[in-house]
Design a protein around this ligand. Structure first.
Ligand SMILES: [Fe+2]
Length: 258
């Protein structure tokens, strides 16, 4: 199983005269063309949130128009800059985004590793959070298939991104630990795919691996990048290795096919 992950596209105004907006649309379109041109296509794309910068329906219309050209399905998690209802209504046809108890929590089945989108959006802040309703929904889904390797994808890392000047982006250590406790009690969870930090990061947690994918567009990316990685749209590839029961993660520039 091969997963392509993008994050933090922050698509906003459809105004073609707005330079940032145009650059982000171009980055997304370039990613789509790049994936469609690969000899070995991933099975699917996951987007770990901040799909848009503001959550307006017309922003998701742009994302849909661009990403509907992808030849593989794409699944979305909600970021702090997204609007849950507009995201699901606008993008569910591209893969199958759904909700549980009003949160963007749903499973993606039919692949070697089961995926579950987790909702970490905070009502008032840009940092992440969780709550008893969300954790119960996650736990119920994990109990459905306890022996199936499973990865969660979400916007906010519920752990410290130690290379960031704001390493902890969850509102409360107790809530983050409650989240990680649910993960640790379900041994089939092999990986957490995150975004939000706008930089690449990876850490071995107590019972699984966690990675953060940098922003797709270059303009809002943080960190030092070599060569072509500096200016091109970036994404992660995660290749499942059933022998080691781990994903092998690599960072790629979405260069245009020649
Ligand atoms: Fe973001």
């Amino acid at each position: 199983m091969l997963i392509a992950q993008i994050s933090d596209t922050h698509i906003m105004s459809p105004d073609a005269n707005e330079p940032k907006s145009l650059a982000r649309m171009r980055a997304l379109a370039q990613f789509v063309a790049h994936i469609n041109g690969l000899d070995e296509k991933p099975d699917l794309v996951i987007h770990t949130g901040d799909v848009t910068h503001g959550g307006k329906p017309e922003f998701y219309d742009i994302v849909k128009a661009v990403m509907s050209r992808l030849s593989i399905p794409v699944f979305f998690a909600a970021g702090n800059r997204d609007d849950r209802a507009n995201l699901v209504a606008g993008l569910k046809d591209l893969g199958g985004a759904g909700t549980a108890d009003g949160f963007v929590i749903y499973s993606v089945d039919g692949f070697a590793v089961r995926l579950i989108a987790m909702d970490t959006q905070h009502r008032e802040h840009n940092i992440g959070t969780t709550c008893s309703v969300r954790l119960a929904a996650l736990e119920a889904m994990l109990k459905e298939q306890p022996n199936q390797p499973t990865a969660l994808f979400m916007h906010h890392p519920p752990f410290e991104v130690t290379t960031s000047s704001h390493p902890f982006q969850f509102d409360d250590k107790v809530l983050a630990d409650a989240f990680l406790d649910v993960v640790a009690h379900h041994k089939q969870v092999v990986h957490l795919f995150c975004g939000h930090a706008h930089r690449p990061f990876s850490v071995d947690l107590e019972t699984c691996v966690a990675t953060v994918t940098p922003s797709l567009p270059a303009d809002n990316r943080i960190g030092d990048y070599e060569g072509v990685l500096k200016s091109e749209p970036l994404y992660h590839l995660h290749r499942w290795n059933p022998d080691t029961v781990r994903f092998e993660t690599s960072l790629h520039a979405a260069t245009l096919p020649v």
